[in-house]
Design a protein around this ligand. Sequence first.
Ligand SMILES: [Zn+2]
Length: 217
Amino acid sequence: MHIISSLFSLPARVWNSLGASSRCFAVSLALVAAGALNLRAGTVVLDPGHGGYDPGGVPRQRYSEKAAALDIALRVRAGLLARGHRVVMTRASDVFVELSERVAISKKTSGSPVFVSIHLNSSPNTGAAGVETYHYSSKSARLARAIHQQVVAAAGSLDRGVRRARFYVLRHNKRPSVLLELGFLTNASEGAKIARSANHRQKLANAVVAGICSVVR
Ligand SMILES: [Zn+2]
């Protein structure tokens, strides 16, 4: 009783003067408040593309896709943890992980997670630039749109749209799952910005976090 009355900063005499039903209501309120404080936001599986002997991108590309993807994913992890999410990484260092293993990690993660794969784009056409977001199942469309909207605004780059594609990690994944192409490393200016500016990578990561948080509570 004293603990509950002190939660509401009620003097003991006020608490004691409350009727039984008011006390019951106050206790319920306190329990709801305590529960809200402990409430964990949803679980997110983060999947930095490529790694190890698989650098990603196209042969002889100047900026490494696997390094940028991991760096941004680790920044996204930090942002999500700060907002109370549980985060599981398919890789957290420069190692190769099979696509089937990435999906298996998504499948075995408890707490109905969403799956977010992080990539940087490349093209033989060095003029290509901009942001693309992919999903396969229709239940993943909302998450894709939410993240895409944030990333396009933050990247200050071309909006190449939300697209549907049969990528392995999306097609074999029962969880709501999206694959982000956060910009083209083969484009001289976009590639340099992503590879050389930690500030820009942080901006992209913050946008991914904001998109995820708008859907995954
Ligand atoms: Zn990739």
